[in-house]
Design a protein around this ligand. Structure first.
Ligand code: SAM
Ligand code: SF4
Length: 495
């Protein structure tokens, strides 16, 4: 439940001053995802920071907070920004919720299980809240609204992500004794800009470039929980990237539910591809990633930019959701299987070896055996490097919720297992072909027990390797692949 607070603080207040703090001021153990966990490639947990610096935030304050995050990378980064707001108000972070004055849950409601987990957590406080302020943030907050106060009367704060900019105001009301405070406004064209952002990952820094979503996929809660699409100005994004580079970060990941729908609201009117090139040109930034791309807004010029710009990583995450045109139509995905595969062709035709990952849902209402078979043959055609596969979960306020011909849970699970096995075979074959190749790896993990280090290639493959060198965290090293597993590679450092 707890997350370590090895933090980097990036402060807007002092212009380019960015200060970071390692919890113990020494190298500790990093935990990278185990091979078997790695169908989902971006779930590394970091437990230490290799760099240390002084910190301008007071640490002797009386008010403390604890925040637990559920769900996607965007939620994780929202929590970094919310934590920044709290640090700026004089709170300090603790690792145990029992020790906190303010306990926040930043929630996800993309699938039913994620939403249920939050209510289980809230239930834990029923008899022991003892004057603590308990708050619910994120998608469940937006979706359930004031209903949360009915189900868990010990909760005092309910705030959806589209209202985070109001957090200072809401916190002031709570500090003044407010009992039930809400931020549930969805109708906004503003983005969440923070004076301070806490950086939990010492190796990779995140920048949200676009919030909300203007698509209306029939299964998805995001437009209802995160509100309409709002892009940040290109200047604000570039300024943040420069501050991160000054703080020592070399890898940046640009975030958005549909990151490539980015449209600069400023007079400069940059397109997504201009922003990609702009961030890649920031001095000392060596790697730029971006997620998640919507196929509809994925244009050939993005592939050209990757091909021409070494700092843009060799990886595109392009969720397809289904291989069947009938299901894509029912999902309101706005493209056909053929159009999607044509985009995969552009990526495969690039001169750089760009890896491709995807999201797929199985068991959407009405998905026949033939539709499911089309998703399987799409895996064969696309040759993904990894997929995130999900069983369809009916969600409130979505049009798919009441569609006929629901697929029984057992059948959904069966299809998921079949799909994962098919993809596993593809990954084994693809990764085996990489044996003998050498990759540049940004080291982000130490597996002391196995005598290995871990890191990511530009194409976002996890590679665990041996070396005679020490203190590699945060370094770029060359690693030759000696073995390919289904979800990761094994190698040796080339010295
Ligand atoms: N914006 C991204 C896109 O358009 O592909 C997806 C963002 S969503 C937070 C992440 C993934 O969750 C989706 O790509 C989809 O595969 C999955 N997902 C969303 N709603 C779902 C549902 N109701 N049931 C199962 N999976 C779902
Ligand atoms: Fe959800 Fe579709 Fe928007 Fe992605 S594009 S966040 S799946 S509505």
């Amino acid at each position: 439940m707890s997350k370590s607070f090895d933090i980097g603080i990036e402060s807007l207040a002092g212009g380019a001053t960015a200060v970071r703090e390692g919890r113990h001021g020494h190298l500790g153990s990093f935990a990278a995802p185990a091979e078997e966990e790695l169908q989902k490639s971006d779930s590394s947990a970091f437990e230490s920071d290799s760099r240390s610096a002084s910190i301008a935030i007071p640490t002797d304050t009386k008010k403390s907070f604890y925040i637990e995050t559920f769900g996607c990378q965007m939620n994780a980064h929202d929590s970094e920004k919310v934590s920044g707001v709290l640090l700026g108000r004089g709170y300090h972070a603790v690792e145990n919720p029992m020790q906190a004055d303010l306990v926040l849950y930043n929630t996800c409601s993309i699938r039913e299980k994620a939403a249920q987990k939050v209510f289980a957590r809230l239930g834990d406080w029923k008899t022991v809240a003892n004057g603590k302020i308990i708050g619910v943030l994120g998608c469940v907050a937006q979706q359930e609204g004031e209903e949360i106060f009915e189900r868990a009367p010990w909760v005092s704060l309910v705030c959806g992500s589209a209202s985070y900019r109001k957090l200072p105001e809401l916190l002031a009301q709570l500090e003044a004794g407010g009992r039930r405070v809400t931020g549930l406004d969805l109708d906004t064209d503003e983005t969440f800009e923070t004076e301070i952002t806490r950086r939990d990952n010492p190796i990779r820094a995140y920048i949200t470039i676009i919030e909300g979503c203007d698509y209306s996929c029939s299964y998805c809660v995001v437009p209802h929980t995160r509100g309409p699409e709002r892009s940040r100005s290109s200047e604000a994004v570039l300024a943040e990237a420069r501050r991160l580079a000054d703080a020592g970060y070399t890898e940046i990941q640009l975030l958005g539910q549909t990151v490539n729908s980015y449209r600069d609201p400023s007079a400069r009117k940059w397109k997504f591809v201009d922003l990609l090139r702009g961030v890649a040109a920031v001095k000392r930034i060596r790697r730029v990633r971006f997620t998640t791309s919507h196929p509809n807004d994925f244009h050939r010029e993005i592939v050209e930019a990757i091909d021409e710009t070494p700092e843009l990583c060799d990886h595109v995450h392009l969720p397809v959701q289904s291989g069947s045109n009938a299901i894509l139509r029912a999902m309101r995905r706005t493209y056909t299987r053929e159009e999607y595969l044509a985009k995969i062709e552009w990526i495969r035709a690039a001169s750089r070896p760009i890896s491709i990952t995807s999201d797929i849902i199985v068991g959407f209402p009405g998905e026949t055996d033939a539709d499911f078979e089309e998703s399987l043959t799409l895996l064969d055609a696309a040759q993904y490097d990894a997929i995130f596969s999900f069983t369809y979960s009916p969600r409130p306020n979505t049009s798919a919720k009441d569609m006929p011909d629901a697929i029984p849970e057992a059948e959904k699970s069966r299809r998921l297992a079949v799909m994962n096995e098919r993809q596993r075979q593809i990954q084994i074959a693809r990764n085996e072909k990489l044996v003998g190749e050498t990759f540049e790896v940004l080291v982000d993990a130490r597996h002391a027990a196995r005598g290995q280090w871990g890191g990511r290639t530009s194409c976002n493959r996890l590679i665990n390797f041996t070396t005679t060198r020490e203190n590699l965290l945060g370094e770029y090293v060359s690693v030759q692949v000696t073995r390919g597993g289904p979800n990761s590679l094994v190698g040796e450092q080339v010295l």
